[in-house]
Design a protein around this ligand. Structure first.
Ligand SMILES: [Zn+2]
Length: 76
């Protein structure tokens, strides 16, 4: 009887540990996906001359507006 209770305790401990790891993994995965979404948001540029909003993923600090051709600087 004691041996069965002990194996049951071990089983419960393993199940709880696996559940904890799964929950932590899901939380960190969700956090990572939200971070990648904000980095994609950095690809959006708004022209300071004609206020045209466009996507430019190639440039980080300086980008040319496709509508009026003026250069826009990334504001921190
Ligand atoms: Zn423009």
């Amino acid at each position: 009887m004691i041996r069965i209770d002990f194996s049951l305790a071990i089983g419960l401990y393993i199940i709880l540990t696996v559940c904890l790891v799964l929950v932590l993994w899901l939380v960190f995965d969700k956090k990572r996906s939200s971070e990648s979404f904000t980095s994609e948001e950095n690809f959006f540029w708004q022209c300071s001359i004609c206020t045209y909003v466009y996507v430019d993923s190639k440039h980080n600090t300086l980008s040319q507006c496709p509508r009026c051709g003026s250069y826009n600087k990334r504001e921190e």
